[in-house]
Design a protein around this ligand. Sequence first.
Ligand SMILES: [Zn+2]
Length: 217
Amino acid sequence: MKAVIFGAPGAGKGTYSSRLQTRLNVDVIAMGDIFREMLKEDSKLGRKVKSYVEKGLLVPDEIVNEVLRQRLSKVPSGKGFILDGYPRTVEQAEMLEKIVKIEVVILLMVPDWIIIERLSSRRICRNCGTVYNIRFLKPKVEGVCDKCGGELYQRPDDTPEVIKQRLHVYEEQTEPILRRFKDKKVPFVIAHCDKLDMPPETIVEEIVRDLEKLGLV
Ligand SMILES: [Zn+2]
């Protein structure tokens, strides 16, 4: 399965991707994580990325593309992947088409009020970026990352006003990308989460069922 996953900030994309990763034995390729790793390692491409990030500049598409190409080449043949955080623009979607044929778009649909409720209880690991939720996805020890022992913090911009603004930006940016995938006849698996306390497993199983129907898993 070659998939891309879309969901508004706070829709639980990270949570669902990592559960799908375990459930389906696929790779999750999260662009944010790849960049974080690259900044730590000393490679030619890593140094290039670093030079932009250090200046606070956006990493140009050609470089992002190269990073992605390298990462995709590491996916064992026959193993599927879920791409998370890419493409972010129609231009990137066009470049992606040249690298790999995406077979399915997994789209998370979550009402704004649920996102707002969730994000205000979200905590993030300062060290590895793992996301927790003090209501639904608690770490084993309060304030400490299960994976790396890092400190958990709350983003200062996780307030309802800023979240609403971010959701608006997300919709404006994502709509044309989704339209592009539709135009290219890429099938969609749409996961609806309309209850605040809906367990992630329920949604993951729905996604898996739909993927099975498409013959992708
Ligand atoms: Zn951590």
